[in-house]
Write a protein that binds this ligand. Structure first.
Ligand code: IDP
Ligand code: MG
Length: 142
């Protein structure tokens, strides 16, 4: 299996619930290496840009309101098979369908406010990383 990068975001609900430490602990214990991290509040336009793939969905306006509602924590993670393994760690989008013991099952309040984002392919991992981080902000490149 190849070493991959995925872009995680600890979403505004994770920050409001004071779960940054707990979620990062689980991520690190699962073997992911943190390559970059920052805290910021997305503007509505930035959230719309990040989730542009969902612009035709009925939940797009609510989702981008939520994602721009307060600080979030984008994190670049590296690991063998990172994309699939991270999605296994966080669980299904809807916390009611997420497997027991996953981050979303344990902490998410709803299908929208589901604590964490994870990239769905290596190509999107690269693209989403570049949305938040310059090359020199990623430790492996320093
Ligand atoms: P993912 O985050 O598990 O990859 P996506 O289908 O890519 O899920 O959707 C992106 C985000 O949009 C979800 O994480 C969630 O916050 C929100 N979302 C997805 N489906 C719904 C829905 O049916 N209602 C409200 N929000 C949704
Ligand atoms: Mg997705």
């Amino acid at each position: 299996m190849a070493i991959e990068r995925t872009l995680a975001i600890l979403k505004p609900d994770c920050v409001r619930k004071q779960k940054i430490g707990e979620v990062l602990r689980r991520i690190q214990e699962a073997g992911f290496e943190i390559q970059a991290m920052k805290m910021l509040t997305m503007s509505k336009a930035e959230a719309e840009g990040f989730y542009a793939v969902h612009e035709d969905k009925p939940f797009f306006d609510d989702l981008t309101d939520f994602m721009s509602s307060g600080p979030c924590v984008p994190v670049v993670l590296e690991k063998e098979n990172a994309i699939a393994d991270f999605r296994d760690l966080i669980g299904a989008t809807d916390p009611d369908e997420a497997a027991e013991g996953t981050i979303r099952s344990d902490f998410a309040g709803s299908i929208q406010e589901n604590i964490v984002h994870g990239s769905d392919s290596p190509a999107n991992g690269q693209k989403e990383t570049a949305y938040f981080f310059a090359e020199h902000e990623i430790v492996a490149n320093q």
